[in-house]
Design a protein around this ligand. Sequence first.
Ligand code: OMP
Length: 239
Amino acid sequence: MFDGSPSENPVLLAVDTDDAGQARGIVAELQDEVGGFKLGLEFFAAHGPQSVRETAPAGRRLFLDLKLHDIPNTVAGAVTSAASACRPDLLTVHAQGGAAMIRAARQAAEAFGAARPAIVAVTVLTSLDDADLEAMGVAGGATDQVVRLGRLAVAAGADGLVCSPKEIAPLREALGPDPMLVVPGIRMAGDALGDQKRIMTPRDAMAAGATYIVVGRSITAAEDRRAAARRVAAEAGAA
Ligand SMILES: O=C(O)c1cc(=O)[nH]c(=O)n1[C@@H]1O[C@H](COP(=O)(O)O)[C@@H](O)[C@H]1O
């Protein structure tokens, strides 16, 4: 299976668009600057799995971000369908789906043998802060909740976790060096936050122990995307 070992370039570029031509253009322009590409719900809902496969370049990681969150049987079926159709290296589920759901996702992935996708569990979205969690009945703040969900997800068979950069250190302390930590909520100094609330720079996130960083608008919204991608990759320590 995809082992998640960091290669020279830990930057996964989030290609968030419903325009297939634009997505292909971004991939063609930046495939030498990043370690892989994330295609998510916006693209998948518009164009489906075949187009995901056609857009992902060979030799780069494909992160299929569908954030599956349903009963175990349904998630297992969705993992099977998505893995067959798209052959992703990484596939997301929501940790809040619970242990049985994560176990079912992992079991479904195992059927693909050595080529199986890594199951990565999203803990607490980076667009939420402590007040948002409190409003949803989660007391104790984002860090506690991320560590709680992270322990549960890894014990249930998740290969890795999605967390904000703020929780990398507490997760490493709780779970050690093994779980793959896939980290969005990345901004270069001075960039607009947009809807993100728990953020850090590429340099700080990598120094804290991220395996991969997920970067979208800091690169895709830049006037010169290639230069922006190079700056992010250089900060992240890419060779
Ligand atoms: O699962 C994710 O990738 C994800 C989880 C999360 O908690 N926060 C988050 O921003 N993401 C994704 O990471 C990307 C961040 O994009 P930018 O904010 O443009 O860098 C988006 O594609 C989000 O879907």
